[in-house]
Design a protein around this ligand. Structure first.
Ligand code: TXA
Ligand code: MG
Length: 324
């Protein structure tokens, strides 16, 4: 990876203005960017992802000051969260402002907004001088890309420009909080945890329920690797590996025991942030390892692992194997 030049940023911003698609790094995952005020660019973005048109996307802004142009109402809690966590891995769902395109909101009256911290995202947003709609730069239902190469592998020619900012620091998607209602609701866990959110909201942040606004990331089968994935307790990992007869890929927090026959054994980080950082790259590598089943050692039940557990249980639900 070479540093992204000012010329590349200028060309990428020009491409966005022309209605073309630009994949860019954020600190969470790579986004597939389109001009948030251009309906035909948004249509191309949905087509490139293979995503149903009724799924809302996050609009990325350069600075917190732009919030009021996109949201009609910014409650005190939202303002506090934005002031504290932006730029950063937090998405706020707010009532949308007049003029916000339906294609961004899936027809709902709310809009997801985020100010990313990644330097390349910031430079692109500054050069473009507008909102950039960007879902994760993967085909619908696949794991999010955390490197520029993942984006190219996923989308090929469907994306016009890929800015390579190296591997994403966080590695999993942003925390999403719905602040459009009286009580804040966590729609998707991420690096920023509930305790951190509550320290600022000074009131409970509820977990999403079936009546919460639809978020694609909350479909049970959303984060599906192309090989079935099964979660197993740490204490049963050795037995499952020993007794399974199909070619296995393993994602564990400890190294491969001697004489174990598996197609691939990935050691993920022992702490939650390192684990999240490596998770999607590890799943992609395991998918390519000619295994018929990916076995993942279930992460700890503690709060700091919430986001990782959320993504893994969705990946497991995406397969037709019951993670026991
Ligand atoms: O970290 C991230 O959030 C990355 C980077 C690129 O910013 N983006 C991302 O976008 O993960 P996407 O589209 O893959 O996931 C965004 C999630 C979806 O589940 C979508 O349904 C939800 O945010 N969302 C967006 N706007 C919403 C809204 N108005 N109400 C409820 N959910 C919303
Ligand atoms: Mg996504």
């Amino acid at each position: 990876m070479s540093p992204v030049t000012d010329l590349e940023i200028a060309q990428a911003a020009a491409a966005l203005h022309e209605g073309r698609l630009v994949a860019f790094p954020t600190e969470t995952v790579y986004g597939l960017g389109a001009d948030a005020s251009n309906p035909s660019a948004l249509a191309r973005m949905y087509a490139a992802k293979g995503r149903p048109a009724d799924h809302p996307v996050i609009v990325h802004l350069q600075a917190t000051g732009q919030l009021d142009a996109w949201a009609s109402e910014v409650p005190t809690i939202a303002r506090r969260l934005a002031d504290h966590f932006w730029p950063g891995p937090l998405t706020l769902v707010l009532r949308r402002a007049n003029g916000v395109l339906d294609a961004l909101t899936g027809g709902q009256d709310t809009i997801g907004l985020r100010v990313p911290a990644h330097a390349v995202a910031q430079r692109l947003l500054r050069a473009f001088a507008g909102g950039i709609a960007a879902p994760s730069a993967n085909r619908f239902g696949r794991v999010s890309p955390t490197t520029a190469q993942h984006v190219r592998d996923e989308l090929g020619d469907a994306v016009d420009v890929v800015l390579d900012g190296g591997p994403c620091e966080v590695g999993i998607e942003s925390t999403i909080v719905d602040v459009s209602t009286e009580v804040p609701v966590l729609l998707r866990p991420g690096r920023i945890g509930v305790a951190e959110l509550q320290a600022l909201t000074k009131q409970p942040v509820l977990q999403a329920t079936a009546t919460s606004p639809r978020a694609a990331g909350t479909l049970a089968a959303h984060y599906a690797p192309s090989v079935p994935l099964m979660l197993v307790d740490a204490s049963s990992l050795d037995r499952v590996v020993r007794e399974t007869t199909v070619p296995l890929g393993v994602l564990a927090r400890r190294s491969k025991p001697a004489a174990t026959k598996v197609e691939g054994w990935h050691v993920a980080g022992v702490d939650a942030s390192t684990y999240a950082h490596d998770l999607y790259a590890a799943l992609r590598a395991l998918e390519r390892s000619k295994c018929d089943l990916i076995v993942v050692e279930a992460p700890p039940e503690t709060a700091e692992w919430d986001a990782v557990r959320d993504r893994l249980s969705r990946a497991a639900a995406g397969s037709d194997i019951d993670g026991a």
